[in-house]
Design a protein around this ligand. Structure first.
Ligand SMILES: [Zn+2]
Length: 70
């Protein structure tokens, strides 16, 4: 069973992870070229989660990507 010190350590660890997550999110927002977009850069349509997972850093929906490659 966890004592007070364990609980305090765990809470501090969680707070630190949350702070790091916020920092990474802020950095990610600045470097959008590396992050997959939730919406298409061209038409603004939502990009399906499967496509975002399959194509790291994806910026266009399938329709716009095809038009670009055509
Ligand atoms: Zn599009």
């Amino acid at each position: 069973m966890a004592d007070a010190a364990d609980i305090a350590t765990e809470r501090e660890c969680i707070l630190r992870q949350e702070a790091l997550a916020r920092l990474h999110a802020a950095r990610g927002a600045q470097r959008t070229s590396l992050a997959s977009r939730a919406t298409c850069e061209e038409c603004g349509d939502p990009i399906p989660q499967a496509r975002r997972a399959a194509v790291p850093g994806v910026r266009l929906c399938i329709t716009c990507q095809k038009e670009l490659e055509a």
